[in-house]
Design a protein around this ligand. Structure first.
Ligand SMILES: C=C(O[C@@H]1C=C(C(=O)O)C=C[C@H]1O)C(=O)O
Length: 248
């Protein structure tokens, strides 16, 4: 595992994220699936249809061994049943002290309250189960991408332990954030995801007469904003949290 292969995985995960958003955009907002909570209620702990749907899905996925994979992080990690599939010997790449970092509570909140309203049309078509299945796919794809920051951080640390070491010993969050940030890479990521939303989300027509009326299944600028405002900052937050524990 090196920085290039880790970045390749992040690029491939962009496809999953863009497609999952396109699938969710087939349905209107369908807000019944998310209520309660009402204003002021913690969206994560209050029981909504989506909450139960995700919790029960995760129990099934846990039995199927999903969370044995260190790249997967459940939204409801408490009381998950054990895996019932044969044990796979996943390579233990991560440093144990940082391996259980989980920012899914924040991801849940951002997805429901900030992202969904930006790309799901208003309305209710009653397809709550299908909508929740799409939400689950979006949440899982975004969560996997953000928590992949642990692997990014591990690789960066292994490539330059003498650079990261002092900042880790000083528990210097700001210093670590600066060291692991590559602005040029972030600019490329934003442009690429926007382009993917254009390519994957366009109407494909066999005739030429569709030219000039470009509409996309998910607004490409929303995808770029998702990455700029939430996905990349949270990936970096995971990296910082991981590095702070890297010498424990
Ligand atoms: C993931 C990395 O770390 C940082 C976060 C990035 C991201 O989330 O896409 C991109 C560049 C870096 O600022 C990386 O270096 O590839």
């Amino acid at each position: 595992m090196d920085l290039e292969s880790v970045r390749d995985s992040l690029i491939r995960q962009e496809d999953t994220i863009v497609f999952s958003l396109i699938e969710r955009a087939k349905f209107p907002i369908n807000s019944w699936a998310y209520s309660p909570p009402q204003n002021g209620v913690d969206a994560f702990s209050a029981s909504s249809f989506l909450h139960s749907f995700v919790r029960e899905s995760e129990a099934l996925h846990a039995k199927a061994g999903r969370y044995e994979n260190p790249e997967e992080n459940p939204f409801f990690p408490d009381d998950l049943p054990p895996s019932m599939v044969p044990t796979h010997d996943y390579k233990q790449v991560l440093h144990p002290a940082g391996s259980s970092i989980n920012v899914n509570k924040t991801i849940w909140d951002i997805y429901l309250n900030k992202l969904l309203p930006l790309f799901a049309a208003e309305g209710d078509d009653g397809n709550y189960g299908l909508t929740a299945a799409c939400d689950l796919a979006c949440l899982q794809a975004i969560s996997r991408r953000i928590h992949y920051g642990k692997f990014v951080a591990e690789v960066k640390f292994k490539e330059a332990p003498e650079e990261y070491g002092p900042a880790i010993r000083d528990q210097d969050r700001e210093g670590l954030m600066k060291m692991l940030t590559f602005e040029a890479v972030e600019e490329m990521v934003k442009k690429r995801v926007e382009k993917k939303a254009v390519v994957f989300g366009q109407e494909v027509s066999l005739s030429d007469d569709s030219k000039g009326k470009e509409t996309y299944k998910v607004d490409p600028s929303v995808v770029s904003r998702l990455y700029e405002e939430w996905v990349m900052p949270l990936t970096k937050q995971v990296q910082v949290e991981y590095l702070l524990r890297r010498l424990d």
